[in-house]
Design a protein around this ligand. Sequence first.
Ligand SMILES: *Cc1c(COP(=O)(O)O)cnc(C)c1O
Length: 354
Amino acid sequence: MFDLNKILRPNIKNLVPYSSARDEFKGEASVFLDANENSFGSPLPTNYNRYPDPLQHKVKLRLSEIKGVPPRSIFLGNGSDEAIDILFRAFCRPGIDNVITVPPTYGMYEVSANINDVAIRRISLTADYQLDLEGIAEAIDENTKLIFICSPNNPTGNSINRDDIETILANFKGLVVIDEAYINFSKQKTFIQELTEYANLVILQTLSKAWGLAGLRVGMAFASEEIIEIFNKVKPPYNINEASQQLALEALHNVDQVNDWIKQTVMEREILVSNLLEYDFVEKIFPSDANFILVKTSDAKGIYQYLVDHGIIVRDRSKVELCENSLRITIGTPEENKTLLNTLSQLKNKPTEA
Ligand SMILES: *Cc1c(COP(=O)(O)O)cnc(C)c1O
């Protein structure tokens, strides 16, 4: 059975969290002289002189309506990268514990592990970019605290089989972290509804991709109230600034615009794929559930450089395992995608002699 207390680091179990002025007095008042703020105001059209809500109640209330989870099951971080880092700091003893990653996948799990001096056990995805369940089962020991599964996966774009993820959720005694940064573009449904089923489930999402707010740095973690309480204990008191909270709240009332962009992106993705498959330097395009595609080419380095020379930047992933000669291409606006295709068609017709 999963026991949260068993996997928590002892120093975090015993931690007395920082108590801010806003934690100690939450009510209404007319004079606030408790936080050493500038009571006159800000040298800006909007006042930012007060510290922001440490627990971002308004944003969480709106997210709760959209996602169908109680506000207490939501954590907001300075990007989902903050949530990843907190998972390490709360659950992994440096130099003792380990985590499992399933490469090729998002690079931050490994960076965060290294920063926190936590060992990584890499169990590569299979040739069709699915989980090697046996390999994962063999890699788990009593010090394995976290398993990171990115679905849809970055940089491969595919979703991970749901049954495989559930097998791990049902058997692993640590936390299963499902990174759903690209879930809005996927035909697969989110694991959020499974939170009531699995006490060891943590879901990461973000406002950086479909929501178009990468510059605001707002990421989300969804988990049991007990896990979210731990996140809140460990996080810096004011980790989401006031401007980001206000703007995120405003954006979260514009669901229709975002859904429209998602539809367009998915349509554009399919158009881009069918056009790219016409080019002889394109060997394979992996099925994508995300707002990018992984394109296997005959010469990733050469094509990458050719595109750079024409002012178009894609991501060369050819050094990543199982991604030989592959480029990761984000789906842009219809105009941007046309520019990409036109530029590439000139590469195709480029005379081979100087
Ligand atoms: C982009 C991305 C994120 C988002 O990180 P933020 O810090 O929220 O911007 C998280 N996970 C994956 C897999 C990503 O590709």
